[in-house]
Write a protein that binds this ligand. Sequence first.
Ligand code: ZN
Length: 134
Amino acid sequence: MQTIPCLLCTRKLEKRTSKRGKPYFVCDFCGIQLFVRRKQGIDRLDAFFKNAEKAEVHYQQHAQNFHKMHAILKEIDDVQQEIRNIGFLHYFSDQKYRIRKSLNTRLEFLFSQLEEFSGEDKKNAVAKKPESFG
Ligand SMILES: [Zn+2]
């Protein structure tokens, strides 16, 4: 849905099309009507919507990565707590040693995932940076 904010109340105004095919916006709440009649204005409006869509995609990707990273950080914390719970090396049975080794492997995996995500986020930030318009 293509919307712009109302100048006064900032409600989302949906793009409508006039009988002549020109875009316009109406705020039923404020009674504002905004018509875009010239080519330059219509082009600007199109550019604005294109940028808004790209920015939205980037934001969603970023939020998704943030949630994944948060989940990984939480698991790292849990695994580290488990390792601490097992205790010190000289009390280790064979079993405890193997558990600790598995936990450390898991920890390594989580750290590598975390690094991958932070790298991906940077790549996306460069690739999907919205173009400026004006
Ligand atoms: Zn309004």
